[in-house]
Write a protein that binds this ligand. Structure first.
Ligand code: HEM
Ligand SMILES: *[C@@H]1O[C@H](CO)[C@@H](O)[C@H](O)[C@H]1NC(C)=O
Ligand SMILES: *[C@@H]1O[C@H](CO)[C@@H](O)[C@H](O)[C@H]1NC(C)=O
Ligand SMILES: *[C@@H]1O[C@H](CO)[C@@H](O)[C@H](O)[C@H]1NC(C)=O
Ligand SMILES: *[C@@H]1O[C@H](CO)[C@@H](O)[C@H](O)[C@H]1NC(C)=O
Ligand SMILES: *[C@@H]1O[C@H](CO)[C@@H](O)[C@H](O)[C@H]1NC(C)=O
Ligand SMILES: *[C@@H]1O[C@H](CO)[C@@H](O)[C@H](O)[C@H]1NC(C)=O
Ligand SMILES: *[C@@H]1O[C@H](CO)[C@@H](O)[C@H](O)[C@H]1NC(C)=O
Length: 352
């Protein structure tokens, strides 16, 4: 019986994993709010495009916010939760602190959405739609965003620290980080292409400019670009400057990211690894995306939808938050004055 049941368990597990993956996909649908919030995508588009007039970087910041949500206990809006008596915010984890942007814009979207369709649309879905709008505003692809996610009741600062890949990761570490989320090497190369727009702080690549290896810079960094970056990021700077992730077209969502890599003009080590690791399977993909933008765009849509399915809460799991920065129970307690939240905040102003 022992060996029989081991086989049975193995077969069952293989089936269960496969089945739950299919169910997860089937539960999200682009028409989820068709009846309950038909103006949803128009609202998101208008708030984000308005914000982009004064903040051209906002589209990139919103794409990153969705990624940082999905890699930490799934696409459940956990990244949006502020610290309270019971929540240790993911926003203070190392990969997020001082670099996450767009939280205020998400709150503006949520306020508008609550006005039109109260207590209907999750913050996790708002992040997924805002990411698609961010791509479109940059000139990138558009797609029908599968919807129906619900919001988490907690957050994990610990998982934000361990699951989000670091800019100094090697190809093996990047591959493992994505595999842990059910994403493969094609998804890794494709989604890294989101670095076709947006900015990064000097501190995320400074190690490549000075003393990478025995007082030498990273040999896979183009010497001309190295000189430019040393100007922007002096070794002894007291201010953490920012610069474009894409040297050639910093605000355009296009495939220049991949041709930059071919010329050793990737900004982060994690970017350049995709092209400069000898024998890596990622090199062929970089070459293919560089030579045909439509191949990159088609892959980007597939991988974004795949990422957007990670660990989603559906049905009656989780909740629909009223205010994206707090779970409903904490929000009620805060408004009743019996719980604390982190200082310098404007919750009352935002929930009017
Ligand atoms: C492959 C592993 C990845 C690593 C190591 C990585 C790392 C980083 C780092 C260090 C920054 C700069 C943040 C700062 O200044 O501190 C950044 C920015 C950004 N990342 Fe990634 N990232 C990765 C994958 C992704 C993915 C999968 C997406 C989305 C699909 C993404 C989208 C972005 C965007 C759009 C920005 C610019 C954000 C802005 O300007 O506000 N990244 N990333
Ligand atoms: C949902 O709305 C979209 C856009 O208005 C429309 O194209 C689609 O047919 C609708 N689908 C359903 C199932 O109602
Ligand atoms: C448009 O953007 C401006 C500047 O960011 C902001 O003050 C204003 O509230 C926004 N309006 C709408 C309708 O979102
Ligand atoms: C968050 O809630 C989920 C579901 O109840 C649970 O599995 C997970 O361990 C919780 N995470 C933290 C950090 O409390
Ligand atoms: C580090 O630099 C030395 C020469 O100074 C070189 O022999 C070695 O291959 C370099 N190592 C790496 C990992 O680049
Ligand atoms: C920031 O970058 C600019 C160039 O973009 C450079 O002139 C300036 O010196 C840098 N500031 C610091 C504090 O490094
Ligand atoms: C990787 O995932 C993509 C979808 O994102 C899929 O088309 C492809 O077949 C997968 N590749 C492998 C080797 O599993
Ligand atoms: C949530 O925390 C951020 C800082 O991480 C702060 O700027 C924001 O005002 C807080 N939101 C609310 C609604 O208190």
């Amino acid at each position: 019986m022992g060996s029989m049941s081991a086989v049975a368990v193995a077969v069952f597990c293989a089936f269960a994993m496969h089945a739950s993956f299919l169910v997860t996909n089937a539960q999200l649908s682009p028409t989820f709010y068709n009846e309950t919030c038909p103006t949803l995508s128009d609202i998101v588009f208008s708030v984000v495009s308005n914000a982009s007039l004064t903040d051209p970087r906002i589209g990139a910041s919103l794409v990153r916010l969705h990624f940082h949500d999905c890699f930490v206990q799934g696409c459940d809006g956990s990244v949006l939760l502020n610290s309270t008596d019971t929540i240790l915010s993911e926003q203070d984890a190392l990969p997020n602190a001082n670099s996450l942007r767009g939280l205020d814009v998400v709150n503006n979207i949520k306020t508008e959405v609550e006005n039109s369709c109260p207590q209907t649309v999750s913050c996790a879905d708002i992040l997924a739609i805002a990411a698609e709008v961010g791509s479109v505003l940059g000139g990138g692809p558009s797609w029908e965003v599968p919807l129906g996610r619900r919001d988490s009741l907690n957050a994990s600062q610990a998982l934000a620290n361990t699951n989000l890949p670091a800019p100094f990761f090697t190809i093996d570490q990047l591959t493992a980080s994505f595999a842990a989320q059910g994403l493969n090497t094609t998804d890794l190369v494709t989604l890294s292409g989101a670095h076709t727009f947006g900015r990064a702080r000097c501190s995320t690549f400074l190690n490549r400019l000075y003393n990478f290896n025995n007082s030498e810079p990273d040999p896979t960094l183009n010497p001309t670009y190295l000189a430019v970056l040393r100007e922007i990021c002096p070794e002894d700077a007291t201010v953490d400057n920012i610069t474009g992730l894409d040297l050639t077209t910093p605000d355009q969502f296009d495939n220049a990211y991949y041709s930059n890599l071919q010329q050793l003009n990737g900004l982060l080590q994690s970017d350049q690894e995709l092209f400069s690791t000898p024998g890596a399977v990622t090199v062929d993909l970089v070459n293919s995306f560089s030579s045909d933008q439509s191949v990159f765009f088609d892959n980007f849509i597939v991988s974004m939808i795949k990422m957007g399915n990670i660990g989603v809460l559906t049905g009656t799991d989780g909740e629909i938050r009223t205010q994206c920065n707090f779970v409903n129970e904490d929000l009620s307690a805060i408004l009743a004055g019996v719980a604390s939240k982190d200082p310098n905040e404007n919750l009352l102003a935002q929930s009017k």
